[in-house]
Ligand binder design. Structure first.
Ligand SMILES: [Zn+2]
Length: 130
């Protein structure tokens, strides 16, 4: 039996929830990912190097983080180019935990959409019965 999916996709990504059940927390601390979902039991890292694709998601989230500041500075005008670089670097450094988490969770959800996992709870029930 598949667990209920009470959260929308966007809310599940923004609250760092499991891509399969959308209930379990993906992270056990600021920088550490749980090995398995505490609710549905799926293994988050499907294979060695699985989260390498989340690096590309990090580029997108990083761009979205610095975009408002860059546009504001551009609209105000008069800033030297090195100040754009410094502001971008400071913002990326400050928001790096958020970017890291969002990139991993968004990659988990994209991967789940492209290649859905088998329901682990069914396999557990079968294993418990035998
Ligand atoms: Zn789960």
């Amino acid at each position: 039996m598949q667990p209920d999916k009470p959260m929308s996709l966007g809310k599940a990504v923004l609250s760092f929830r499991c891509s399969h059940c959308r209930q379990g927390k993906v992270f056990k601390s600021l920088w550490h990912t749980n090995e398995t979902c505490p609710v549905c039991g799926i293994q988050f890292e499907r294979e060695y190097g699985y989260f390498l694709m989340s690096i590309f998601m990090g580029y997108i989230w990083g761009f979205l983080v610095i975009l408002p500041a860059m546009l504001t500075m551009l609209l105000i005008g008069g800033f030297p180019i090195y100040l754009f670089v410094i502001v971008a670097m400071v913002l990326l450094l400050l928001f790096s935990p958020l970017i890291f988490r969002l990139s991993r969770v968004s990659w988990l959800h994209i991967d789940e959409l492209l290649d859905p996992r088998e329901d682990v709870t069914e396999w557990r029930q079968i294993a418990d019965e035998n």
